[in-house]
Design a protein around this ligand. Sequence first.
Ligand code: SAJ
Length: 415
Amino acid sequence: MKLEFNTVCVVGLGYIGLPTAAILASRGVDVIGLEVNPHVIETINKGDIHIVEPGLDVVVRTAVASKKLRATKTPETADAYLIAVPTPFKGDHVPDISYVESAAKALAPVLKKGDLIVLESTSPVGTTDAMAGWLKEARPDLTFACEGEESCDVFLAYCPERVLPGHVLRELIENDRVIGGINAQSADKAQKLYKTFVEGDCIITNARTAEMVKLTENSFRDVNIAFANELSFLCDKFDINVWELIQLANRHPRVKILQPGPGVGGHCISVDPWFLVHQAPEQARLIHTARKVNDSKPHFVLEKVHAVAEKFKNPVVAFFGLAFKANIDDLRESPALDIVEHYSAKKVGTVLAVEPYVESLPKKLIDSGVQLTDVEAAIQKADILVLLVDHDQFKKVDKKKFEGKAVIDTRGIWR
Ligand code: SAJ
């Protein structure tokens, strides 16, 4: 089969870039991974991976062994470029697009007529337009279309990633993709690139809409989780079991409430809605409030633990789970970790942590004397059991062993 894109350069070999690069390579494309971290380059070129994602090790190993994927720190010419670099905060919830800017500027010298650049990083609305501006400045000899302009030498598009950690390889192939071209030609070209590995629909729109789609998806989820967390505050006040309440309300054919928890973590849902709040504070009022509701939940849980601990002389508290959600090892922006850090900093009694997905505790917890232990030992030793993450291992515990102990269950699996 003749490929439309023989060589694709993926910029940023992280949680999104690396799986995408490896899948493209598995489809016969020559993939160059452009990466700034020398350790990541070395690891990938050995056929290993630096992140945890089921099945990814095999796909990367095969791609590297077949010489279809290699990592480098020097930009090289390709037919298409896919940018998947981080867009974190700088300071107070202000999106930092400097990595996108650096990536665009790094690619500028190697661009040629007919190339395609797709931005995948979650970005404020207008970032693809801004990228066109940086590129125009760096390469006045080439034309980069802006919104509405039809002809161009280099095609630009925005296509948000939407894969769920833990299911990345399947979702990269199966999920529908929204492809926002900076003009119609760019969208068509980008659609062809995604069709080389996406089995879902590749739907075309403009770049600004595609940028907003990504922010909308994660804000939608955040607002809905905030509703569930708000119900947990109300139920605490009214002494009602929130899990039973939600189960019953969800029997209505048009009600589908999500689950409360210790707060919202990860590097997406707890971050992306702020991009909208920052860009349009007067319009994004509900989204802003949802962020505040979800961000207040760890403090609420902490207060509960302190209130129970005060009843004991030298309380032994066991926290179950540190990850930001169930069945993964990712501790980034984890409300569970935040809760354990704050509690253990007070140095009251003994603090145990159970996290089957890590081999050692983060330094901050070690420094505060937290001990990593297994499920059985924690249940046996602790006066207070605090469930923070609904890992499958925790669902299986025998609740009869909880007798005489105080239980705080933030996920509703031990009720
Ligand atoms: N959570 C709850 N209650 C729920 C569901 C989730 O408290 O009912 C919490 C989780 O425990 C976790 C946080 O929310 O702390 C986020 O978890 P998640 O599973 O909702 O989402 P992520 O961050 O793993 O992945 C999300 C996904 N976006 C949506 O579902 C709209 C994924 O598709 C995106 O690709 C990803 O963000 C991203 O990279 O943007």
